[in-house]
Ligand binder design. Structure first.
Ligand SMILES: [Ca+2]
Length: 456
């Protein structure tokens, strides 16, 4: 068994080594190849052309904020990762600390929720770690007044998706804005928190792939590195729920004054037994105790110090009668005790304390009062929350206390295979290069030459 495991490790090691050598060779001589979208898509952005031509920087001001920090003046750059393993592979980098950043790009055509799923996919690398900041995207609703130049936090979005972290709170948002069919108002619906431990995605400084899949049957999946970390239904796993309850508690119903909510009461028929002595003390002298031999009844425990002398300036009129300071009686040193002997106290076996009637079930108990239910006047039933507001642009509207957040390979499609293909050509290559570089470092660290150098 151990031999098989060792053999397997050896095979994996050589596979990695050949891949590593292949990549070193490829990266050393030929520029990396940017992914090309194969199939239907609404946006496919690898940033490898090195420009932000198709992106719009917001020139808006943020409402309700002091003027000097209200501007969306956070810098963005298109560049390679600081520690890039694939020369030529560029991405979008959030460059400024503690500033508002907003940038967006129009889709090739608006996405309409119909009979096909929605797949949103992109990569994030927290190159400098992340203290407090977001790396989520917003899919901006296709409204007549959508103006990317004025993209702000309040710009209506259909879906918000992606990582967000502050302190020890690690989030991976999937929020959609649902239109109430009765009032026409929008309300944010949040997916439940993923069960998976998300911590390493924010701290390991590797490039992670975030994918959201929303299906026409109202199911959704959130994946990181193509592994599902959250899934559920828009109908049953969002907070607050898409559909309000059919009935609510009547706000005009009030608890009657004589409503009896006491499950137990004191037995009204019980009487104090005749032999119940409420006055019996809790403790009594131990009648079995015996005075120890040698007890000195006539010797006081403390005596006036025989060596004490009245001070010369003691004035009896002013200071009162002089008395020597009290010390322990030396005569008691060898005896078991001095002075009047008292019996020690013990618990009184006849002690009963105050009598109380026993508790019994309340025959008039009516249960905990609840207001009656009435039909919910705000009730509606939307069985197809998947049919969200169409969206026409992809935006990043972010604030971060840590800079250098690297984004890459934004992709929106209605075909899962196309998304997977894009993922393997983009993120897959990054992952292989990062893995190979790690292995290369490991091999170099372990090489006998290096060990020799270290010894020298
Ligand atoms: Ca790229």
């Amino acid at each position: 068994m151990i031999l098989r495991v060792k053999l397997l490790r050896l095979i994996i090691f050589f596979l990695y080594l050949s891949l590593s050598m292949f990549l070193v060779c490829v990266c050393g001589q030929v520029a990396y190849k940017a992914p090309e979208p194969m199939g239907e898509h609404f946006i496919a952005e690898s940033f490898d052309r090195g420009t932000l031509d198709s992106w719009v920087l917001s020139s808006a001001m943020k409402d309700d904020t002091d003027e000097e920090i209200a501007k969306y003046d956070g810098k963005w750059a298109v560049e390679e990762m600081k520690d890039s393993k694939l020369p030529g592979d560029k991405g979008l980098v959030l460059k400024s600390r503690a500033k508002h950043h907003a940038i967006s790009a129009q889709l090739l055509r608006p996405f309409t929720f119909d009979t096909k799923p929605l797949i949103v996919q992109y990569e994030v690398n927290f190159q400098s770690g992340i203290d407090c900041g977001g790396a989520y995207v917003k899919l901006l609703s296709q409204t007549p007044d959508l103006d990317l130049d004025q993209f702000v936090d309040k710009t209506p979005y259909t879906i918000m998706f992606g990582p967000d972290k502050c302190g020890e709170d690690y989030k991976l948002h999937f929020i959609f804005r649902h239109k109430n069919p009765k009032t026409g108002e929008y309300e944010e619906k949040h997916a439940k928190k993923p069960d998976a431990d998300l911590r390493t995605y924010y701290t390991d400084k590797k490039t992670h792939l975030y994918t959201l899949v929303v299906n026409p049957d109202n199911t959704f999946e959130v994946l990181v590195d193509q592994t599902v970390v959250n899934s559920g239904s828009l109908l049953t796993d969002m907070t607050p729920p898409v559909n309000p309850p059919a009935e609510i508690e009547d706000p005009d119903d009030h608890k009657p004054e004589d409503w009896d909510e006491r499950p137990k009461i004191q037995d009204p028929s019980a009487t104090k037994p005749d032999d119940w002595d409420e006055d019996a003390p809790a403790q009594i002298p131990d009648e079995d105790a015996v005075k120890p031999d040698g007890w000195l009844d006539d010797e006081p425990e403390y005596i006036g110090d025989p060596e004490a002398v009245k001070p010369d300036d003691w004035d009896e009129d002013m200071d009162g009668e002089w008395e020597a300071i009290q010390i322990r009686n030396p005569a008691c040193g060898t005896a078991p005790g001095c002075g009047t002997w008292k019996r020690p106290m013990i618990d009184n076996p006849n002690y009963k304390g105050k009598w109380k009637p026993p508790m019994i079930d309340n025959p008039n108990y009516q249960g905990v009062w609840k207001p009656r239910k009435i039909p919910n006047p705000a009730f509606f039933e939307d069985l197809q929350p998947f049919k969200m507001t169409p969206f026409g642009a992809l935006g990043l509207e972010l604030w971060s206390m840590t800079s250098d957040i690297f984004f890459d390979n934004f992709f929106i499609t209605d075909d899962r295979n196309t998304a997977d293909r894009w993922a393997s050509d983009g993120w897959g290559l990054k992952k292989a290069a990062e893995g190979a570089a790690e292995l290369e470092d490991d091999v170099l660290r372990r090489s006998p030459r290096n060990r020799k150098v270290r010894r020298d």
